[in-house]
Design a protein around this ligand. Structure first.
Ligand code: DGJ
Length: 331
């Protein structure tokens, strides 16, 4: 009996130790590795974006099954290394088969911004209707009074009648917000100014360039706007490009240099841009975020988080197996 109790104790200790290892506090970004949340569960937040609010970062991303789209997850973190699963921020509608977001629809690239006038968090995402492949090409909007949701679906539509697939949101220093979206079968990249409540697009909507690009990720540094995009090769990685402008409605110049540096730089290291995260209260620190898609098991797709180097001729992103935020102190 004593022996059984002893073996039982040893097994319990082993189990506790395995668990403790999986939830150990992290202090590096290891792009391409499996990323676990604080409970040791694999983080499921693809094509995502990150918002900073009241001392915490909130990471919104696609919840994926092996191939299915299963809504939008949100995680929170105070340090960007350790993430707590908050909830399914936007669920698909399991009951109403006539809903635009009925179970079986495809929700991609969710991005959230805060509207300080309406005090609402506004989520935009790319929506494809159930059973229609990628032909609906709509932008969709959901809102919540609290950052983690649950978000309430508002509507889906084609902005000013234009097809809208890969997209991002950008909130400028003056509080105005913009939708950037791939249109006309992804040949055109467009920008539309949002209405003051951020729930719709205005008719201020123009083409940035017609280079067959998707996966837009925009950031602003030293009064210039920088836009990283990918080519259009489905889930396969391709070469990123960088466009620059002083004026969102002006001329966008394409950098002749690929901003990615390192092994497989011509394929964005195997990933595809999704967002550029400005580190809170650090005006010169930006993190490039990309997805390494695994189309045969989308929920196993990996994350790349890499620092953007601003001291080079153009902003560049160098591959690093591991790095820490203090990298910015010396670059
Ligand atoms: C590339 C897009 O960037 C992704 O978000 C997704 O729509 C895939 N295409 C689907 O093939």
């Amino acid at each position: 009996m004593k022996l059984y109790a002893f073996v039982g104790c040893i097994l319990l200790l082993c189990f506790a130790n395995v668990n403790a290892q999986s939830i150990a506090s992290k202090n590096v970004f290891a792009s391409g590795k499996v990323w676990l949340d604080e409970k040791g569960e694999v983080i499921n937040a693809h094509g995502g974006g990150v918002v900073y609010q009241n001392g915490k970062y909130y990471w919104f991303g696609e919840k994926r099954g092996a191939s299915a789209s299963e809504g939008v997850n949100v995680y929170s973190s105070a340090d960007l290394y350790n993430w707590k699963f908050e909830r399914l921020a936007l669920a698909q509608d399991a009951q109403d088969t006539s809903s635009d977001i009925t179970k079986g629809c495809v929700m991609e690239r969710p991005k959230v911004i805060y509207n300080s006038v309406t005090k609402q968090y506004v989520m935009w995402f790319h929506l494809e209707l159930k059973g229609k492949g990628y032909s609906a090409a709509r932008a969709a909007v959901a809102v919540s009074n609290s950052i983690t949701g649950p978000y309430k679906f508002v509507k889906s539509f084609r902005p000013n009648g234009n097809m809208s697939r890969d997209m991002t949101l950008f909130k400028d220093d003056d509080g105005a917000a913009y939708l950037l979206y791939s249109s006309r079968e992804n040949y055109d990249l467009r920008i539309a100014k949002l209405t003051d409540d951020f729930l719709s697009v205005t008719t201020k909507d123009t083409m940035l360039f017609s280079n067959h690009r998707e996966a837009p990720a925009l950031f602003k540094y030293d009064k210039k706007y920088y836009l990283i995009t990918s080519g259009c090769t489905g889930w396969q990685a391709n070469k990123a490009s960088l466009h620059t402008t002083d004026n969102l409605w002006g001329k966008w110049l394409e950098s002749p240099i690929n901003p990615m540096i390192g092994n497989n730089a011509d394929k964005t290291f195997g990933g595809q841009s999704t967002y550029v995260l400005p580190i809170a209260n650090k005006p010169n620190q930006f993190v490039f975020i990309a997805d390494e898609w695994h189309p045969s098991n989308l929920k196993d797709s990996r994350y790349y988080w890499l620092p953007i180097q601003l001291s080079t001729l153009i902003p560049t992103v160098t591959w690093m197996d591991e790095w820490q935020l203090n990298w910015f102190d010396n670059h």
